[in-house]
Design a binder for this molecule. Structure first.
Ligand code: ADP
Length: 303
């Protein structure tokens, strides 16, 4: 084709190049390296190799565009499924509260009016019903809290020093009992949902106070690195630590590493923290070992 090309007039050549452009725009390319090797006129060589490059760019662009559209579609589907799941979670946990309240009410009535009439086994069974319904109530409340994250957010400036002070006050009874050593650095003002951020900090501080080593005074250091585009908070404790294999798992819902007799809890706290921080376009992760304790990091974008 190219040998013929060279013998034709300028008009024919342009016509031919135009045809190539049309072919390329349809996604096909007939200009191979072999063809180019046979072109000796520099002008036509440059035009044809330019067209060949154009075709390659176009093919790449088409591939990337298709992948992008597919990814966006998957994301939209996933988002919709998540919304449906959150709605289901909310309705289910909300509706479960009602029969549970009835169970608790009648267990209380039995305890109040008929306890002495029960034999030893009956008394134990009633105690089990009471304890299990209280625990279920805590779990359902946790699920409800989890499902409402992101439903109605109020973003504002949040003074983290103030927030931490209020949270520490809320823990005053356990603080009086355990006398922890706090080291709190200069904390920034961030932009976020105050109620939700309070839940995050409260969970992290609560866990540091809860998962403590026997016979060792609790130390909790709260610091922030604001040297980049983000604020990276660090909650560092000297507690029991977490084994490497569980560092990711603990952020899943209902994931606990201990029985409730060892440490109280529902296993929702860190899952809730993760959901809240991701809603702020941030990240949460932990570094930990059984010797020195845990460092929980919370990244919040400055903007
Ligand atoms: P909960 O505290 O109700 O058990 P969380 O979701 O807050 O649930 O934590 C999940 C699990 O992660 C805990 O049960 C515990 O095993 C582990 N964990 C969390 N924080 C700490 C910590 N500071 N030190 C050691 N283990 C921790």
């Amino acid at each position: 084709m190219i040998e013929e090309l060279q013998t034709k007039t300028e008009h024919d050549l342009l016509e031919n190049i135009f045809q190539q452009i049309l072919i390329i725009s349809k996604g096909d390319c007939q200009i191979t390296d072999e063809t180019l090797a046979r072109v000796h006129d520099e002008r036509y060589f440059n035009i044809l190799s330019g067209l060949q490059m154009l075709h390659e760019d176009l093919a790449l662009y088409k591939k990337e565009f298709k992948a992008k559209i597919e990814a966006e579609f998957q994301l939209a589907v996933l988002k919709k499924r998540n919304e449906e799941l959150a709605q289901f979670n909310y309705v289910a946990s909300h509706d479960l509260q009602e029969p549970l309240r009835t169970i608790k009410l009648f267990a209380d009535l039995l305890l109040k009016n008929n306890f002495e009439q029960l034999d030893a086994d009956g008394k134990i069974h009633l105690q089990f019903i009471k304890e299990s319904s209280s625990r279920m109530s805590e779990l359902i409340q946790g699920l409800l809290n989890y499902s409402i994250v992101g439903k109605s957010n109020k973003f504002e400036s949040v003074d983290c020093t103030q927030l931490i002070k209020v949270i520490i006050k809320d823990f005053s009874s356990i603080i009086l009992e355990t006398k922890p050593i706090f080291e709190i650095g200069n904390l920034p003002v961030v932009y976020g949902d105050k109620t939700h951020l309070r839940q995050v900090f409260q969970n992290l501080i609560g866990n540091a106070l809860k998962f403590k080593k026997e016979n060792t005074p609790i130390q909790l250091k709260i610091s922030v690195d604001s040297s980049t585009d983000d604020h990276v908070f660090c909650f560092e404790d000297n507690g029991i630590g977490i084994e490497e294999e569980y560092l990711q798992k603990i952020f899943g819902i209902f994931q606990r590493l201990h029985s409730k007799t060892e440490f109280e809890g529902t296993g929702i706290g860190l899952a809730l923290c993760k959901k809240i921080i991701e809603m702020h376009n941030g990240k949460i992760w932990v570094e930990s070992n059984k010797v020195s304790g845990s460092k929980f990091f919370v990244l919040l974008p400055k903007s």
